[in-house]
Design a protein around this ligand. Sequence first.
Ligand code: AMP
Length: 443
Amino acid sequence: MGASKIKAPRGTFDVLGEEASRRTALEARARSILEGAGYERIETPVFEATELFARGVGESTDIVRKEMFTFEDQAGRSLTLRPEGTAPVCRAYVEHGMHKRRQPVKLWYLSSFFRHERAQAGRYREFWQIGAEAIGSEDPAVDAESISLLAALLAEMDVRELRLRLSSLGSLESRIEYRERLQAYLRANQESLSDEVRGRIELNPLRAFDSEHPGTQRVMRGAPLLREHLSDEDAEHFAQVRALLDAAGVGYELDPTLVRGLDYYTRTVFEFTSDALGAQSGVGGGGRYDGLVEQLGGPPTPGMGWAAGMERILLAGDGGGAPSAAGAPPPATLAPVELFVALASSPASSPEGEGEGEHPREDLRAAAFGLLSEARSAGLSAQMDLGGRSLKGQLGHADALRARYVAILADGQTVLKDMQGGGQEQMATNAVVHAVLRGHHAL
Ligand code: AMP
């Protein structure tokens, strides 16, 4: 009699055959899009000190309360298989002193994550995420770029019936004030709430918006909304994010009830869902986490990022990533930057140095962001400065990236500089991509 067969644990899967090729193709797309936008690959350990997630993700979240695979090593230290990627990447940012680099530091990963969830189609206990984090700038263009990159990846993978929901949670301070109002409202209506929601009024009242319990949903229809409590600064930040997404042609729905299941989010939050997926409709999402790095012992540092589930992208995709698909971009390791988009500094500022108070022209930003998106859609690797630098600082950045062309946007005109040939030409902004492609092919 042979020995009994051993199966893979519940909620896990092997990757082989056709599935392996589809995943390889998805990875190549992600790498091409993200490295083309200046994101560098990072991989962090599969397990971390449990405290990283308790502190980073938050004690009140489902992930930390119920879903972590936690164990002790021989020396009695508590370790946890990573349930998500943002806290580990922020830990690495602090541990490697990355705040000393040019900000924002942009990092991407493709790693497996572990959550003790009820296994079903599209929900596993070990699953893979592609993630991108931009740490060190609160510029709304970082938010818009980050969201646009995931939109581009999902479009390339032909994810069906895709919707993007967008909201702003405001800063931590406005959230605290709002939280108290919401708690008072929930307490006043507690007899209609589900036991679970009632039990979480003190710990995590915002999650009541996620409940599928009919009584709770009825109560939540009349609940105070966070967007009515945003500070002027937060509202302005969110307005800019939306304007930049509009300029890039990324469609979205505003959803004031969008709350993500992790405590660290501030300001922008978003989620892509696919109705083709049924109950597990989340394809990917993320947002800003302006307090997280500091909470992990680093200097006060803003951040923005997302994670998208590989299995869900492939389940909801129409095979756009199949290896046979024509025109699949080659994997881009350290893609050369073909176009750097820069903005003229405000007239009041001196042309010298990166002095205090010298800022790129805000009014030109939507046009610059539109040009960046247009260039990327045309297959160019393009970047713009996301750190609010002066023109001189932006040109320094373009130099450091060895950009082939730099487009400098000013009122009603754009100057395209050929950084290799040395020439420059003035043209309409909407002629830039064509000119770069022409020059590019002439090489
Ligand atoms: P989250 O980190 O919870 O925001 O999840 C981001 C994305 O990861 C989701 O939109 C899903 O695509 C994917 N994801 C999260 N949990 C699982 C899971 N248990 N199994 C498969 N994919 C998951």
